[in-house]
Design a protein around this ligand. Structure first.
Ligand SMILES: [Zn+2]
Length: 249
């Protein structure tokens, strides 16, 4: 199994490449590229939230608890909160994640269970999408994909590390195939994983429309798309390119 340092190194390298690709080739603003790189790096720790002790759990839960409130600033803004209310909300979210959510995770996950799986990676990306509202849909998708990418990097590394090459002969460790998987042999865990995935997909799909329909005044983002200075056209074209295969059907 790849250690904590190896994971962080791997996901940071992938994150930097992703940030570079987005900024240079896809017209993303530079700060979005840098944020995406950071998100990808940190997300490389996320799968090990299921390890019950030690450095991975501590570091990951600290990083996630601190980062999520920051990412939610646009969401707070959309709710027209004052600076003080934002600080209070950020503090409450931090405490909730740090002391409640992590506890729940410890109790209900098994190491290398369904949290180390492809549907979990997709769920992490969707969760990020819900947490980060942004005036630009392209940047929002780009950042959410960074989270899924970091998560996937971790899974791929776990699999690579489970192949042992010794004296020219390859041997598969018992852990082979327990990271990059669609399902486990625990039916209940599978059901709950896919139920969460579909729920998140449903919420993400409706997120835009929901606020617009039920609270149009809340939906009005702080900055309109045309007011964001660097919001280059290429970023939106990138998203259209991404959507093209979906809409063709
Ligand atoms: Zn792992």
């Amino acid at each position: 199994m790849a250690g904590f340092k190896a994971h962080i190194t791997g996901s940071t390298l992938v994150g930097v490449a992703y940030g570079y690709w987005g900024t240079v080739h896809q017209g993303m603003p530079i700060e979005s590229g840098m944020l995406a790189a950071g998100l990808c790096a940190i997300s490389g720790m996320l799968p090990d939230l299921d390890s019950d002790s030690g450095v991975p759990l501590r570091e990951t839960s600290n990083a996630a608890s601190a980062l999520v409130p920051m990412l939610m600033i646009d969401r707070f803004r959309a709710l027209q909160m004052t600076a003080e209310e934002m600080a209070l909300a950020a503090m409450l979210i931090y405490l909730f994640m740090r002391f409640v959510l992590v506890g729940i995770f410890k109790k209900y996950t098994v190491h290398r269970g369904m949290w180390h799986s492809l549907p979990a990676a997709a769920s992490a990306g969707l969760l990020a999408y819900l947490v980060i509202p942004c005036p630009s849909e392209a940047i929002r998708v780009y950042k959410s994909l960074a989270v899924a990418l970091g998560f996937m990097t971790h899974l791929v590394m776990d699999e690579i590390w489970s192949v042992q090459v010794r004296l020219g002969r390859t041997r598969l460790k018992r852990s082979f195939g327990t990271a990059l998987k669609f399902s486990s042999n625990n039916a209940w865990a599978n059901l709950s994983t896919y139920a969460k995935l579909f729920l998140l997909a449903y919420l993400a799909w409706n997120d835009h429309g929901f606020l617009q329909k039920h609270a149009p005044h809340l939906h009005e983002p702080h900055l309109h798309e045309s007011q964001v200075p660097h919001l280059a056209q290429p970023a939106e074209q990138w998203l259209d390119k991404l959507r093209a295969p979906l809409s063709r059907r």
